[in-house]
Design a protein around this ligand. Structure first.
Ligand code: SAH
Length: 380
């Protein structure tokens, strides 16, 4: 007799299903399956997306008997806060979250007098391996689900709502409401936290729908105030252009020449600068949206004037704007930000080609919450 051992690879558990994973039609179907009236989907959605209700006890328009069950089935806890650190007198807060399976991600909320920007993660870790970015160093753990992305925003909106985030300016009204203008609601979302959003395409697109769909279907944030930042996954940029979602596309270019970009953004060995920019111009033409070209200025690596000239020639006359990011320090990296005089010269060179340029502020740097610093290590 022989015994046969069959190796069964462990199936990776998925995050529990959540209301924010589902479209309105899917919510109604899910609720009907639970033996409840489909209109309960609208009520539940209003609580979650419009009122940002976090507690089942407050959902008094739902029958007491159904409340607990609906919440258990459709509003499971997906994010557990592990640590919160703040700077800028509390107006910038970084939260480290533990997900259902122990994976860790971070999100950052930045409150300004006229707006509130949330920087969200789309993956636990990242597989893109850019050497100057802290997230890339530990590799990819997994993709986040749609609801795990949306919950980061809802958590930020609730924190604003409950007065936990100072810095809204004088006469702050409507605190905590989502969408619209003003520094009292989450008005802007940037997919610039951990992960490569276009490598988790479906969940990210669904999350964008939840963010921009009007309440109570979604949070009602303007699509123009949502920025998806990518290393340059060309087929996914092309797909995004045809989604009918006028989000802002940001391309992490960091070098105008393939020789250097191959080393700074390793996926460049697959899709070259010319292909990435080609996809960006196609995105601009299809959506009418100005593309943001991200360029982290790294001392003596990519900050030479000739590179600014080359970049200026590539971008001249295009629907584009350059966002220069002074390199933020990351552990173990030998690189540092450009000298102020080199940064100024870089800006001037670009401007001489008629290319609009801004230098990004370094909000959150002292709490390792700025661009490229999110590493989700519990001891940092
Ligand atoms: N994976 C996506 C989104 C996350 S990073 C992307 O690469 O676009 C958000 C931005 O921060 C990107 O432009 C990224 O290149 C930049 N970045 C990464 N590390 C950085 C660092 N140490 N200093 C400044 N910017 C950094």
């Amino acid at each position: 007799m022989t015994t046969q051992l069959t190796f069964v690879a462990p199936r990776r558990a998925k995050p529990p299903r959540h209301l924010a994973d589902l479209s309105m039609a899917e919510r109604r179907a899910a609720i009907a399956e639970l033996g409840e009236k489909p209109f309960r989907a609208d009520q539940l959605s209003r609580h979650y997306f419009a009122k940002l209700t976090g507690s089942v006890a407050d959902m008094t328009d739902l029958p007491a008997g159904s409340r607990e069950r609906l919440a258990a089935e459709l509003l499971p806890d997906l994010l557990t806060p592990v640590r919160e650190i703040a700077c800028d007198d509390g107006a910038t807060r970084k939260t480290l979250w533990r997900l259902f399976d122990g994976a860790l991600v971070e999100s950052v909320l930045m409150r300004y007098p006229d707006r509130v920007t949330m920087c969200v993660s789309s993956q636990a870790g990242c597989g893109m391996n850019c050497p100057f970015c802290a997230t890339g160093q530990a590799g990819l753990t997994r993709n986040l689900s749609t609801a795990e992305i949306v919950e980061q925003v809802v958590a930020g909106a609730r924190a604003l709502n409950s007065g936990q985030v100072p810095g809204g300016g004088v006469g702050a009204k409507g605190a905590g409401r989502v969408g619209g203008q003003g520094g009292n609601r989450v008005s802007n979302i940037v997919f610039m936290g951990m992960g490569e959003p276009l490598a988790n395409y479906k969940a990210v697109i669904n999350a964008v729908h939840r963010l921009v769909d009007p309440a109570p279907e979604g949070l009602g944030i303007s699509a123009r105030h949502v920025t998806v930042s990518t290393v340059g996954l060309v087929p996914a940029i092309e797909k995004l252009a045809n989604e009918g979602l006028p989000v802002t596309l940001a391309v992490s270019l960091h070098a105008p020449d393939d020789e250097l970009r191959d080393t700074l953004v390793p996926i460049n060995t697959r899709w070259k600068v010319s292909e990435v920019l080609g996809a960006a111009w196609n995105y601009a033409a299809t959506t009418g949206r100005r593309v943001s070209i991200e360029y982290a200025l790294i001392r003596d690596i990519n900050d030479q004037e000739w590179r600014a000239d080359l970049l200026g020639r590539l971008l001249k006359g295009k629907l584009a704007h350059v966002n220069l990011i002074p390199l933020n320090p990351t552990p173990g990296s030998k690189w540092t930000a450009s000298r102020p005089k080199d940064e100024r010269a870089f800006v001037h060179r670009l401007e001489s080609h008629g290319v609009p340029v801004t230098v990004r502020d370094t909000r959150g740097r002292e709490i390792d919450g700025a661009c490229g610093q999110l590493a989700a290590a519990p001891d940092r």
